[in-house]
Design a protein around this ligand. Structure first.
Ligand code: PXG
Length: 442
């Protein structure tokens, strides 16, 4: 045990290899959260920290929801686990039915997973299997987008577009990428969807012409990219992508792991933008972050195209030990109840004008070169220090935590996505802390 762990009667920090973390830097000055309720985390030493990113974009209904906790606890005592291969339990069917009711019309067939990464790999595999079932097995190319984040499975990394997530790993040979849509030169300080960039969707025409459209199985995009630093789609972009996919028989997948469950002011981004994909991947908010769970929404036509062949044959050779976990389904049903009762799936639309005004009030603060927002998401992009990209962003993260706000930074971009239960005053409080930190960080 080192000195600090002795002093706080805390176990050594050595054994835990932390994900997406600078382990040595963190362990030399750890930030530990001990409890959470509503909009606030509490640190080990009792400080209240306002949650500026819903945990990791998942705790949409706020922390410590008793209904979810007791549903999970009771379920574990009633039926802790049930196999989901060639067996079933009622809650999985109930939860799928409830999710189908929320989904955009037609996307009412639900496949359960345990995470966003699993949802993405599931959707990509469904796309390949769907084409094969229809006699188009030559459609094997999977198209993502630069700056996209689709989790960390090999499928998701292959279609993902963040270089640090890719460079150390093999990627699938059939994966290609559309160009990204970030265009600070033309779109800086846009409110909501930026004006310029619809033509970036035509990249799909380029890839279709290069490879042959009949070789492409699916295109996957985040309707609003999250991890890359909140990139709303240019006006008309998603519509154009939809039209091109339809023209070429390519499946369109919306990765709504972040945008699903109310983040943008409707249950799904597909409904906000009025663009219907063939598959939607979700996780995170599906259980309010309280249980590891994900769900893929498939269109009736994709699903039905696979319900062929002999009745005793499995239609899709895919699934997880924890697909449709009873406690996950209980958590999810309790979560949907809260969302419904408290109107949370549309609350972001009510909060968005105040949120937009608050975050854009940081325009003109030191080093701020762009501010982007949509629904209850926002990013504040800082210019990097010339010799140390990411250092300014990291300093802002640390100082914000010291000043009482949990925020996310990716490089020098601050990302905010507070719980959907936030009051306007709490949104002001959060942005106020970020603003005061920006004034202090050179
Ligand atoms: N797709 C999208 C769009 C995501 O944002 C995943 C897939 C993968 O989900 P899982 O459950 O496997 O992690 C995500 C996850 C961040 C951050 O702050 C974002 C995610 C996860 C952790 C941190 O940028 N998104």
């Amino acid at each position: 045990m080192d000195d600090a762990s002795d002093r706080l009667n805390r176990p050594s920090l050595d054994a835990y290899w932390m994900p997406f973390t600078a382990n040595r830097q963190f362990k030399s000055a750890p930030r530990l959260l001990a409890a959470a309720k509503g909009m606030f985390y509490q640190t080990e030493d009792g400080r209240q920290i306002i949650d500026g990113c819903s945990g990791l974009w998942c705790v949409n209904a706020g922390h410590g929801r008793e209904e979810i906790a007791s549903a999970v606890g009771q379920q574990l005592l009633t039926l802790d686990y049930a196999p989901s291969f060639q067996m079933g339990h009622p809650l999985a069917f109930d939860f799928a039915t409830a999710l189908a009711k929320l989904a955009p019309a037609g996307l009412d067939r639900i496949f359960f997973t345990s995470s966003g990464s699993e949802s993405v790999d599931t959707a990509l595999k469904i796309a390949l299997a769907y084409h094969r079932a229809r006699g188009e097995g030559q459609r094997t190319r999977l198209i993502g987008r630069e700056k996209g984040y689709h989790g960390v499975g090999f499928g998701g990394v292959s279609v993902g577009g963040l270089v640090n997530n890719r460079r150390a790993f093999l990627t699938l040979p059939g994966a290609q990428h559309l160009g990204h849509t970030l265009d600070i030169e033309r779109n800086a300080f846009s409110k909501g969807a930026p004006r310029f960039g619809v033509e970036r969707a035509d990249d799909l025409e380029r890839l279709a012409a290069l490879h042959g459209p009949e070789t492409i199985a699916a295109v996957i995009v985040e309707p609003v990219a999250g991890s890359a630093g909140v990139l709303p789609p240019p006006l008309g972009y998603l519509e154009r992508l939809r039209a091109l996919c339809t023209k070429y028989g390519i499946l369109l997948i919306f990765d709504e792991v972040i945008t699903g469950f109310g983040r943008l002011g409707a249950p799904f981004a597909a409904q906000v933008f009025g663009v219907t994909p063939d598959l939607i991947t979700t996780a995170k908010g599906v259980t309010n972050g309280a249980f590891p769970m994900g769900a893929v929404f498939a269109s009736r036509s994709v699903h039905d195209a696979m319900m062929t062949g002999p009745e005793n044959a499995m239609e899709l050779f895919h699934g997880y030990t924890y697909s449709g976990h009873p406690a996950g389904c209980a958590a999810g049903l309790a979560t949907l109840d809260i969302y419904r009762r408290e109107g949370l799936l549309t609350r972001a639309a009510e909060l968005a004008p105040a949120w937009e005004a608050a975050v854009h009030s940081l325009r003109g603060y030191p080093n701020v070169i762009d501010i982007r927002n949509f629904g209850l998401m926002a990013a504040i992009e800082l210019s990097p220090r010339p010799d140390a990209p990411g250092a300014r962003g990291y300093e802002v993260l640390v100082r914000a935590f010291e000043a009482g706000a949990l925020i996310r930074t990716t490089g020098d971009t601050i990302a905010l996505s507070p719980p959907l239960i936030a009051s306007p005053a709490q949104l002001e409080q959060l942005v106020g802390i970020v603003g005061s930190v920006l004034k202090d960080v050179a």
